[in-house]
Design a protein around this ligand. Structure first.
Ligand code: ACM
Ligand code: ZN
Length: 498
């Protein structure tokens, strides 16, 4: 491929042809559609919202007829595929409604000093799962900020928001059946102050609607059987040994987890998941499954008698039994269960999807067993790891510089074609233990998210670090125009958003 930089599109589209001329934008743009449909008004409104950031005086008028920008419905095997043609007279977007949103994101990124250079793009993503995770438990972030992450994802044509809603340090979703989760489990004592918060059903619907406009699916995570201290602080009877417990103000892995022997645990979790399934319309529910110590289960009479009764040979099999039982429950609600790669230990529920985080071994094993897999290894996809050796950057985890993210290929070489087809895609995770401010969070995420978007969207043969770096250099102005905080990969003496 040519490495000449003629645009600063990130991620790089599958094909880009530069044409002659330029479409200059008038203060009022019109957007037309073939048949009168709400869908065009939605895509048009989103485009207007995005363009106004670059050119505030712009207003879009949705018209059924001749216009500057046309959205044309065109079916393709991939609903995210689109073509975008810019000529001096007109801009034409072809695709499904999802494709239109991806095209709108590209169009907004191509906007340059009052207009667009003529070009023709044909595009579709490499992977169907292009994800970002957000932990709102270690630090709580309100809807307004969650939307900022979703928006920057959509601008980079990413499509999956994994919302980590429960953990030891806080429970963040109001559940009508259990008010103590919002009254007790959502709050912790932080140096004498009460810290925390939770989302109401209305908050969640607001986020879902915002994500839906951007054609981003939202996957909630309700952790089990570990990372349960926040729950147990309100419901100590769901533990093996009883409480009292407190919502944790420190990070780590805690021995007190849901008891796998008591039926009350399953009554509770099923009621919670029932509400979660009703609230979140998407097909996936993440149940965590990571980092669950078996210490309490080993000495708990209820857990031990469960193991006997079910013929389970050790506590790993008990975890597998636990997760499988919840998987069957989710199946009955028409949902697919996702879990971190620990759910492989002791046997995997037949329909589970594995998110491989402790390297790629879990993903490789699961893909070979015929399970769908999402790659999110700590080696490339953990955006709480530092970007550089700069002393201000938080934490003592490893360093994942942006070029390491960029060089990642989510399909491990050792997989044959059949197993490789099980890799749905890639996701980066934002664990917020060390991110007490949103500004710092953005600094840790950007511009690594830009690199990840290209890993997820662009075919490997088109990827080229040098070319990306040149585009990124220009693209930083785009991030700045949209008000995002980011780490400048080239400049010395960066401002650090403490
Ligand atoms: C994880 O990072 N514990 C999934
Ligand atoms: Zn127990």
């Amino acid at each position: 491929m040519s490495t000449e930089v003629i645009h600063s599109l990130i991620p790089l589209p599958q094909s880009f042809r530069k044409d002659e001329g330029r479409f200059n934008c008038k203060p009022t743009l019109t957007i037309a559609f073939e048949t009168c449909s709400d869908a065009v008004s939605h895509a048009g409104k989103l485009l207007e919202e995005w363009l106004k950031v670059r050119q505030p005086e712009l207003t879009c008028e949705v018209l059924n007829g001749s216009s500057d920008i046309r959205f044309l419905e065109e079916n393709s095997d991939n609903e995210e595929a689109y073509t975008l043609t810019i000529t001096p007279d007109q801009i034409t977007i072809r695709g499904s409604q999802t494709g239109w949103v991806r095209a709108a994101a590209a169009l907004v990124m191509l906007y340059d000093q009052g207009g667009w250079n003529a070009c023709h793009i044909e595009d579709a993503p490499r992977f169907s799962w292009r994800g970002m995770h957000l932990d709102v438990c270690r630090h709580f972030y309100p809807v307004r900020l969650v939307k900022r992450l979703i928006d920057v994802m959509a601008l980079h044509r990413m499509n999956t928001f994994h919302w980590h809603l429960t953990d030891d340090q806080g429970w963040r979703i109001d559940i009508k059946a259990f008010p103590p989760l919002s009254n007790i489990s959502a709050w912790r004592d932080k140096d004498g102050e009460t810290y925390g918060g939770y989302y109401t059903a209305e908050d969640i619907r607001e986020v879902l609607a915002y994500a839906q406009e951007r054609k981003i699916q939202v996957v909630p995570e309700i952790e089990m059987p570990g990372h349960a201290l926040a729950t147990l602080s309100a419901f100590p009877e769901l533990s093996c040994a009883g409480g009292p417990f407190q919502v944790s103000n420190t990070c780590g892995i805690f021995d007190d987890v849901y008891c796998a022997g008591k039926e009350a645990t399953f009554d509770f979790l099923e009621k919670v998941l029932e509400e979660v399934c009703e609230l979140f319309p998407g097909p996936y529910i993440h149940v965590g499954g990571d980092e669950c110590p078996k210490t309490r289960w080993k000495t708990c009479p209820d857990c031990q008698s469960r193991m006997k009764q079910e013929g389970l040979k050790d506590e790993n099999e008990l975890q597998s039994w636990f997760v499988s039982r919840m998987g069957r429950f989710l199946d009955s609600k028409g949902k697919h269960m996702i879990g971190w790669d620990e759910i492989l230990e002791g046997g995997l529920p037949p329909t589970a999807i594995v998110m491989s985080w402790r390297g790629v071994a879990g993903g490789v094993e699961a893909a070979r067993m015929g399970h769908d897999v999402i790659m999110s290894p700590t080696t490339h996809c953990y955006f709480d790891y530092r970007q550089s050796t700069e002393p201000e950057e938080p934490g003592n985890l490893g360093i994942i510089p942006i070029n390491t993210v960029y060089d990642y290929d989510p399909v491990p070489e050792e997989l044959d074609a059949k197993a490789a087809s099980r890799v749905l895609g890639v996701q980066a995770n934002i664990w917020t233990e060390r991110m007490p401010s949103w500004k710092l969070l953005e600094y840790m995420v950007l511009p690594r998210l830009c690199a990840l978007s290209e890993v997820a969207w662009t075919s490997p043969k088109q990827k080229n670090w040098k070319h990306f770096e040149d585009r990124l250099n220009r693209h930083l102005g785009f991030l700045k125009a949209y008000g995002y905080t980011y780490r400048h990969p080239l400049r010395e003496n960066r401002e650090f958003p403490l």
